[in-house]
Design a protein around this ligand. Structure first.
Ligand code: NAG
Ligand code: NAG
Ligand code: NAG
Ligand code: NAG
Ligand code: NAG
Ligand code: NAG
Ligand code: NAG
Length: 310
């Protein structure tokens, strides 16, 4: 008797889930933009609702330019390298070698810290640190010389940071003093905010090509933040190869293969809760072959149900 009931409910469940597609599937956004300006937008990123990976939702906005949105502001995306899983962003409010800007923090949300965070090639230069700063005292070992360069070079080479080089009379001459500075990694900034660090300014250098060469000066370095991101492995390739764009259901955040609207496939509308699109594929897969399989499955369930009752 219990077996019978079990089969009955399994049958009911199968019928209801398979014959009625999720309500939100037909209401979700049908088009995912694949470019913002000249920057391609691919999985796991998305700029429209229901596009890309749900873990990355709301992280990019394509208003005038492409922006990476964090709790500390919007950072202009300069490039995305989908082979290396790297994205380079630039904070327009950050001080660089040529411009000094007001105090500013850098903060990522918890989910961002888990899936997209500054790479180890990104060096944070903390400038004008007070003598009370943790990186001047207890956590001094968090500071390092980046590729043989000392952060003091920023005080001497950059027009923007020369303001920190102060003079004071000493006997009958003057001495030049600069406040403490520190090259450190993102982890230091993540754990201690700029206020705790007690450094009035920061800049970030991508230690890619230029910095590695010991003869370069801070004027030659590239300023910005290189982020490394992880791609959730959910079988997006199958969807992409069938002409779809990987996305998700806005409410349930369940994977959806967003298929082109021009399919000869009005039932599934533009979205396909399976992992690939039909229409473009003629050999195997495709939306209607999946439906056929559902029918087969349904029939099989019905048969086994009848078999158990009789
Ligand atoms: C996108 O981000 C930029 C930079 O933070 C901001 O100025 C703009 O208002 C945002 N646009 C939308 C639609 O959220
Ligand atoms: C450097 O830091 C001190 C506090 O330690 C601050 O009073 C001063 O204004 C800062 N200098 C600049 C140019 O912001
Ligand atoms: C960094 O470089 C400066 C100047 O080249 C040197 O005085 C200092 O000892 C170096 N610090 C470390 C931790 O290597
Ligand atoms: C500070 O400025 C003086 C004069 O411009 C210069 O000789 C000195 O090297 C500078 N100090 C640092 C640490 O940059
Ligand atoms: C002041 O300058 C003179 C000449 O340059 C020098 O002999 C003397 O030692 C200096 N005094 C101090 C206190 O540095
Ligand atoms: C999809 O269905 C149409 C009409 O039923 C059929 O002509 C076509 O061959 C099918 N495509 C696939 C991939 O099964
Ligand atoms: C139908 O589903 C079965 C197992 O669920 C699978 O082995 C088979 O390849 C599927 N057929 C099609 C045409 O997708």
């Amino acid at each position: 008797m219990t077996t019978l009931l079990f089969f009955f409910f399994v049958f009911l469940y199968t019928v209801t889930t398979l014959t009625f597609p999720p309500l939100t599937a037909s209401g979700a956004t049908s088009s995912c933009r694949t470019f913002c300006g000249n920057i391609p937008i691919n999985y796991p990123f998305g700029i429209d609702e229901g596009c890309g990976s749900p873990q990355f939702k709301g992280m990019l906005n394509c208003s005038t330019d492409l922006f990476f949105i964090t709790p500390s502001g919007g950072y202009k995306v300069q490039r995305i390298d989908y082979q290396k899983n790297k994205m380079v962003v630039f904070d327009p409010a950050m001080s660089t070698c040529s411009i000094l800007q007001p105090h500013h923090d850098f903060k990522l949300s918890d989910i961002q810290n888990a899936v997209v965070r500054p790479s180890y090639d990104t060096v944070f230069a903390l400038l004008n640190c007070s003598t009370n700063s943790p990186v001047f005292n207890r956590y001094r070992n968090l500071c390092f010389n980046a590729s043989g360069h000392s952060c003091d070079e920023l005080y001497s080479s950059c027009t923007s940071f020369r303001i920190f080089n102060t003079t004071s009379p000493s006997g009958n001459s003057t001495v030049h003093t600069t406040p403490y500075c520190c090259f450190t990694s993102y982890d230091t900034v993540r754990v201690m905010s700029m206020n705790i660090l007690d450094c009035s300014h920061y800049t970030t250098v991508i230690d890619g090509g230029n910095m590695r060469d010991a003869t370069t000066t801070p004027l030659d370095w590239s300023y910005g933040i290189e982020l490394s991101y992880s791609v959730p492995e959910i079988g997006c390739d199958r969807c992409r190869k069938s002409g779809g764009i990987c996305g998700f259901d806005a409410e349930t955040e369940i994977f959806l293969c967003q298929c082109p609207a021009s399919n000869n496939n009005p039932i599934a509308s533009n979205n396909n809760p399976t992992r690939e699109c039909g229409g473009g594929m003629t050999d195997r897969g495709g939306c209607n072959s999946t439906n056929n399989n559902y029918t087969t499955l349904l029939l099989a369930m019905l048969m086994s149900f009848l078999y158990v009752i009789l």
